[in-house]
Structures are given as C-alpha cells and as structure tokens.
Design a protein around this ligand. Structure first.
Ligand code: SAM
Length: 281
C-alpha cells in the first residue's frame, strides 16, 4: 500500500494553524522531521495488511509515516482534543485508513478496535509510557492481539527494559518485559530532534512478544512478587518478600532460591519459579 504521500501541509504549519502549542503536562515533545518519523515507521517492519495502534499521534507526523509505510489502518488514540481536527485532515487524505480515537490510552480497550494482525507503534508521552507498556505486557489471554511493539522511551527507561540481572537498571520493567517479549534498543534519538527538546536522549525500543513466555507464571502474581522484591532492592529476598507474606522462607526454598540473594541477582526464570511457589501456597 506504500506509495507517494498525499499532499499535506508541513507539520509546523499544522501546529500553528490548529494552535497546538506543546503542553508539558501531556508529555508533548513533537517530531517534525519526516526522515525521522519515516525511520521509526520503517523500524516497525512491513506494515502492509496491518492495523497499527498509535498512542499519542499529536499533530500526526508519525501517523503520516505509518500510513505511507503501508499500514492497512492506523488507530490513533489521542487525549488532547486540540489535535483531533489536525488528525481529521490526515484522515481525509488517506480515506478509510485513519481511525481517530479521542481518549486516554490507559483507559481505551485497544483490542476491540483492531482487526488482526496488529502492531503498536508510538512516540510515547513520557508520563504514561511505563504504565502503558506494563499493561500491554500483562495482556490476557497471551499471545496478545499485537505481534510487535515499536516504542520511543527516554533512554533511561529503554535501558531498564533491556537490562540484564546484576546491574542497577535491572528491575520490574526488565523482568516483565523479557518474560513475555524479546526486547532490544534499536537506535537513539537526540533530544534536539523534538519540539520542544526534552531534557534527555530518547531511544526506540522493539519488543517482539514471545508465543510462549520464558517460563510459566501468572502475570498478576509475577508482578506482585517482582514489585515486592525490587521495592526493597538492597535487602535480601527473605526480608523484602515479607511485604507479601510472613512465610517467605519456605516459598523461597520451594522455588529453589537462596534467601540471602537480592532481587537484582535473580533471573527472569527464577522470578517465575517464585511466582509459581506463591500461587500454589
Ligand atoms: N506522535 C507525536 C510525535 O511523534 O510528534 C506526538 C508524541 S508526544 C511525545 C505524546 C503525545 O501523546 C501527545 O500528542 C500527547 O497529547 C499524547 N498523550 C499524552 N497522554 C496521553 C494519554 N494518556 N492517552 C493518549 N494520548 C496521550
């Protein structure tokens, strides 16, 4: 479906015409460089035949790139009412291919809006990026309704997603992400590429859901165990897990884990073993 882009005004003109002065409270750091939005859209792979969910289209730079890259439809969820008219202009230029949903992405039932196959691509607002990712990773049933996620985060968050055991960045996000997906940082984006520039570098992360998670675990229990363990990451597990249960020792023993270890030393598989021990207790 990719081909020449229909004529649309430059993004700076769109921002001026619709009065889209960026608002910090909405995490609005816009990408106006079409080479960059094109690069992000292409990082999501061949989109022909795919429904793409985009969170926070804003003035629509990435949205246009996703449509130009062949997406069957883009389902764009935007909380800022001011952006809707600008997006309608794009919708008119790509008839039947842009579905605009005004609302909070944390509350929208995305699955009900897409037809399989589907992907998620977004330059996420920094203030809701992490809860959105955790929500996607906790999707039930699994395998989920999307077969890839291509997401822009602050570099520091991206590092926490791909972190390995043993380091400071390893925590709840790494365990939940790598349990159900293969995650990698694709490339960094300089802060000066955004309008206005945020205070830090950003990174585009690719997450490819695993058909079968690394090890068996109930997502809610795993999340609770990981939150407790890393909630007090300096403490030994026998203490940190006491926030969940007074009987942490027999559960650690059942999972075959040394109670003097700390959360950051445990592999994803070990966290799953712990979650199974908790679920059976
Ligand atoms: N996609 C555009 C781009 O790349 O230029 C804008 C990205 S900007 C980082 C984040 C966008 O998410 C803004 O348009 C903002 O209004 C929107 N947004 C913020 N919170 C949101 C939420 N809870 N649900 C949906 N959209 C949200």
């Amino acid at each position: 479906m990719s081909g020449a882009s229909p004529p649309l005004p430059p993004l700076r003109e769109v921002i001026a015409r619709y009065g889209l002065a960026p608002q910090k409270s909405l995490g609005q750091n816009f990408l106006l460089d079409l080479n960059l939005t094109g690069r992000i859209a292409r990082a999501a792979g061949v989109l022909d035949g795919y429904d793409v969910v985009e969170v926070g289209p804003g003035p629509g730079g990435l949205t246009r790139a996703l449509l130009d890259n062949g997406a069957r439809r883009v389902i764009a969820i935007e909380r800022d009412r001011r952006c809707i008219a600008a997006l309608e202009e794009i919708s008119a230029a790509y008839p039947g291919r842009l579905v605009i949903v005004e609302g909070d992405a944390l509350e929208v039932d995305m699955k009900s809006l897409v037809t399989s196959p589907a992907r998620i691509v977004a330059n996420l607002p920094y203030n809701v990026g992490t809860p959105l990712l955790v929500g996607w990773l906790q999707t039930e049933p699994w395998p989920a309704w999307f077969d890839s996620l291509t997401l822009m985060f602050q570099r520091e968050v991206a590092e926490r997603i791909v972190a390995q055991p043993g380091g400071k960045a390893y925590g709840r996000l790494a365990v939940l992400a790598q349990w159900r997906a293969k995650a990698q940082i694709l490339f960094d984006v300089d802060r000066r590429a955004f309008t206005p520039p945020p205070s830090v570098t950003s990174s585009v992360v690719e997450l490819i859901p695993r058909a079968v998670p690394l090890a068996e675990a109930n997502p809610r229990v795993l999340e609770a165990v990981v939150a407790a363990a890393f909630g007090q990451r300096r403490k030994m597990l026998r203490s940190s897990l006491r926030t969940l249960t007074p009987h942490s020792l027999p559960l650690l023993e059942k999972a075959g884990i040394d109670p003097t270890q700390r959360a950051e030393e445990l592999s994803v598989e070990q966290f799953c073993a712990l979650a199974r021990a908790f679920a059976e207790k």
